[in-house]
Design a binder for this molecule. Structure first.
Ligand code: SAM
Length: 222
């Protein structure tokens, strides 16, 4: 049990069930359309490459909200000691099928038992936007404590002001979750207040798959 317990999101079960329902379609779309696949998005790939270069052999990397494991698998290919966790058991089944050599576990970002200063890197790659606005800062602080000095955090999220209630996603699959969009300044401010130093920020305009987004890389001070 963590000494810093994090509030359990009231909708956590509904979010888990929803991602279980979309998991197969999501993995299939990623493979067939390139949606969310960093290998076909040069700027997303560049961000993940910069993260990998920066972490080097500092320590293990945890991909939180790894989904079907695309980024976990990519980082493992690059030689990092990486594992993935996701709220959705079905996402993890897909990840294990697609990347059988990688380690994956089912867990919520809000319930991770992470040792203090044990990780070289943490990712929250398009996976933290379902966390309620008052829970995200607690999760970020947990990540910050888990990073070693000099460790890196890489995150990407949706940009805007709204709390968008989704009832269908990924080609019409019924879901029930809220996408909490963030203004980049507010999002970066949260990361700073968690104890991390932002080092890079990349704005992404809307494309055929998604609205505008932002990628932020931050570092745990020495
Ligand atoms: C849009 S997908 C992104 C998946 C992956 N990072 C990618 O880029 O392909 C969002 C993922 O976040 C996961 N997720 C949502 N809330 C979570 C939570 N509280 N803890 C862990 N994972 C969560 C979902 O199950 C889903 O797999």
């Amino acid at each position: 049990m963590s000494s810093h317990p994090i509030d359990r999101p009231a909708d956590l079960d509904a979010v888990r069930d929803s991602y279980d329902r979309v998991a197969d379609t999501y993995a299939h779309m990623m493979q067939t359309t390139g949606m969310g696949d960093i290998r076909v998005h040069p700027w997303l790939k560049a961000s993940v490459d910069a993260f990998a270069d920066t972490v080097g052999d500092l320590g293990p990397v945890l991909d939180v909200g790894c989904g079907p494991g695309t980024v976990t698998g990519y980082l493992a290919e690059r030689g990092l000691d990486v594992s993935g966790v996701d709220l959705s058991p079905r996402m993890i089944e897909n990840a294990r099928r697609l990347y059988p050599d990688c380690r994956f576990e089912v867990a919520s970002a809000t319930e991770l038992a992470l040792g203090e200063a044990t990780l070289g890197g943490v990712l929250g790659w398009w996976s933290l936007f379902n966390l309620p606005r008052d829970v995200l800062p607690q999760v970020l602080a947990h990540f910050a404590r888990a990073l070693k000095p000099g460790g890196s955090f890489l995150t990407a999220t949706h940009v805007g002001d709204e709390d968008l209630v989704r009832t269908e996603a990924y080609g019409g699959v019924p879901v029930r979750w809220t996408t909490h969009k963030w203004r980049p300044e507010g999002f970066v401010g949260l990361i700073e207040r968690a104890g991390l130093t932002p080092v890079a920020e990349l704005r992404l305009p809307a494309d055929q798959f998604s609205g505008p987004g932002v990628v932020v890389m931050a570092r745990k001070p020495d």
